[in-house]
Design a protein around this ligand. Structure first.
Ligand SMILES: Nc1ncnc2c1ncn2[C@@H]1O[C@H](COP(=O)(O)OP(=O)(O)OP(=O)(O)O)[C@@H](O)[C@H]1O
Ligand SMILES: [Mg+2]
Length: 183
């Protein structure tokens, strides 16, 4: 483990290879990997990513654990996908708060290949995923906001949206099971 802890965040649409990359990072760096899909079924009995908001409940607690591990000097991989820039800014701010570095790993694939892989994984490893229809894929594609060049280069995030006083405050609203980490 390097002396400076780091928060790694995998970003990208379903099936692009985020968890595959997260496992490689885990092996190479010894960082703690937190992949929500591995927790949904054992905890809630459902695979569906957003079933009844349970994924948000889970993610909030995983961010909280990540912050504690970073503060203790360990590195963490949040294998979250993070479709919105606000989520990514908030997690970057939480890494800052813990005195950790931050690295965004943006994974992309041509759309037809991504869909093929997502479908193959549903066939081969249904316990790791959920079935995605053509409509789902279309919705995913249009809901995802890719990171900008500034984001990828690690430029300072913009201020949080009104009325939030900080990105950690925004994060506790986005993930209600995440306590305010900056007060
Ligand atoms: N380089 C590759 N070539 C071919 N198949 C791959 C490659 N990398 C990953 N895969 C396969 O593609 C599928 C999706 O990969 P992975 O689970 O890593 O994606 P993901 O981005 O984590 O998806 P999700 O967002 O749904 O969790 C898996 O079945 C994986 O084995
Ligand atoms: Mg995954």
């Amino acid at each position: 483990m390097s002396s400076q802890p780091k928060l790694h965040l995998t970003v990208g649409l379903p099936g692009v290879g985020k968890t595959t990359l997260a496992r490689e990072l885990e092996r190479a760096s010894g960082a703690l990997r937190l992949t929500p899909d591995e927790w949904m079924l054992p905890l809630f009995g459902v695979r569906w990513a957003d079933f009844g908001g349970k994924r948000d409940v889970l993610e909030g607690r995983l961010v909280w654990v990540a912050h504690q591990v970073l503060r203790a000097g360990g590195s963490v991989i949040l294998d979250f996908g993070c479709w919105s820039p606000e989520e990514r800014y908030a997690l970057r701010a939480i890494a800052d708060l813990a005195g950790a570095d931050f690295e965004l790993h943006y994974v992309t694939l041509p759309e037809d290949e991504r869909r093929k892989r997502a479908t193959a994984r549903w066939r081969e490893a249904p316990e790791e995923t959920f079935e995605m229809t053509l409509d789902d894929h279309e919705r995913f594609r249009t809901s995802f906001t890719p990171p900008t060049t500034d984001e990828l280069q690690g430029c300072s995030p913009p201020p949080p949206p009104i009325p939030f006083e900080s990105w950690p405050a925004w994060a506790s609203d986005r993930w209600p099971t995440l306590p305010r980490l900056d007060i």
